[in-house]
Design a protein around this ligand. Structure first.
Ligand code: CTP
Length: 412
């Protein structure tokens, strides 16, 4: 766990069955040396007693805006905190926070604080998928609130589905990481190439065929990798500077992106093909502007190079290749076909027609398919957090490969 030592953490607990796991979150943060101040909602105390937190945390549990004299507790708690964590966060607390409604000490503290906030939702799948909750999570993620989980699995009452609180270990880990500036430095020494944006295929000198890609997800990968210490090259079609510390290669067409990728990817440890590359281009773009008076032009299209497939077929040993799948239906099946056909280690698939996800949004929701057959659902969160979750998988895979190599050398 990245260090939480010496940090003042307000641990908000709201009323869900997963409240009992907040005890373990508290214990882990305390073990890491944090100063933990529990704030319980009335609902939380129906699931877990405040005495438990009184005994474990650095300060007695707080419950009410009015239970003490002296300075107004909601502003004092929020102002003095290095981080506010809510685990579990119910639909009610999430909704109140998103709407700026202060109805108890916890929501008041959330609205009063300027410290980083980590929301760990837990609820039944039907509630988690309700459009109001989806909107509220998107609003919070768009404001920079860190959303951790929920995971899929067994829920209270024996149901299965998305909505399970993330493990206390993961929550404590994320808090440590956020307090460290989100940069664990675990990609130091790695060279990462990221493609970003949609390509433009000229029809004539003023017109082109394009797509809706904003490049935001690609830039989020580049930023996250750079923050984690990687040496990053961004091959981009977007008129936006590279993230601090990253190198930029500007391209326009699929052909230009293919050449840049071929030149840059060979020596890379990780390649992330986040760009939306055109599949077809005008076979013979006009050299001068097409004139209206000449009538509707018949434009013949030809295929562009499939960059990901060609990187996949010439991938150097040890490189991890991450592709994307932009889908509007049958997401899992189409993504599985791309994983198989393009030689990628991971395919990050999203439904680009969904609300709050895909092109131009600040948030995304993806399904990651790995070549070892595992799948990972990454629920709605900011594009930076999606990048973080995917790069966590990449780093874990690299570490596993390094360990396996070391193990096989030892056996020789
Ligand atoms: N890709 C690529 N070169 C292309 C087209 C796509 O490298 N000419 C890459 C994208 O960057 C992405 C992955 O392939 O990482 C999948 O892109 P997507 O547009 O979802 O699928 P396509 O392969 O184009 O297939 P289809 O449009 O039929 O879904």
């Amino acid at each position: 766990m990245t260090s939480v030592a010496g940090k003042r953490i307000v641990l908000g607990v709201s009323g869900g069955i997963a409240a009992y796991k907040a005890v373990e979150v508290c214990r882990r943060l305390m073990d890491g040396g944090a100063h933990v101040v529990p704030v319980l909602t009335k609902g939380a105390t129906r699931f877990v007693g405040r005495t438990t937190f009184d005994a474990l945390a650095s300060e007695p549990a707080r419950m009410s805006l009015f239970d003490e004299d002296g300075p107004i507790p909601h502003t004092a708690l929020g102002r003095n905190a290095d981080c506010v964590v809510v685990a579990p966060a119910t639909a009610r607390v999430i909704g109140a926070y998103a709407a700026g409604i202060s109805s108890d000490l916890l929501t008041a503290t959330l609205i009063a604080t300027r410290a980083p906030v980590v929301i760990c939702p837990a609820m039944h799948t039907e509630m988690w998928e309700h459009p109001a909750v989806v909107d509220n999570i998107a609003t919070l993620a768009g404001r920079g609130v860190h959303i951790v989980g929920p995971e899929s699995g067994r829920l209270a009452g024996g149901d299965e589905g998305a909505g399970r609180l993330s493990s206390p270990e993961r929550i404590a880990d994320e808090v440590g990481r956020i307090l460290a500036g989100g940069a664990p430095g675990d990609m130091a020494g790695l060279s990462v190439v990221v493609t970003a944006g949609g390509t433009r295929e000229p029809i004539d000198p003023v017109r082109f065929i394009a797509n809706r890609s904003s490049g935001k997800q690609g830039y989020a990968f580049a930023e996250e990798a750079a923050c984690r210490g990687a040496e990053v090259t961004v091959i981009s079609t977007i008129d936006r500077p590279a993230p601090a510390g990253a190198r930029m290669v500007r391209v326009g067409t699929a052909e230009e992106m293919a050449s840049a990728a071929a030149a840059e990817a060979g020596g890379a440890d990780v390649v992330v093909m986040a760009a939306a590359v055109a599949d077809f281009r005008p076979a013979a773009p006009a050299g001068v502007k097409l004139k209206r008076r000449d009538g509707v032009p018949a434009i013949t299209l030809e295929p562009t190079p499939d960059i990901l497939a060609s990187l996949g077929s010439s991938k150097p040993g040890g490189q991890i290749l991450v592709g994307f799948a932009a889908e509007t239906c049958d997401v899992a099946a189409n993504a599985a076909a791309k994983l198989r056909d393009k030689g990628a280690d991971y395919i990050v698939a999203n439904d680009v027609a969904a609300d709050h996800a895909g092109f131009a949004h600040d948030t995304n929701e993806v399904l990651v398919l790995a070549s070892d057959g595992q799948t990972h659902q990454i629920g709605l969160r900011s594009k930076r957090q999606v990048a973080r979750a995917v790069l966590d998988l990449v780093v874990a895979e690299r570490n596993a490969r390094t360990e396996a190599r070391a193990g096989s050398k030892e056996r020789q």
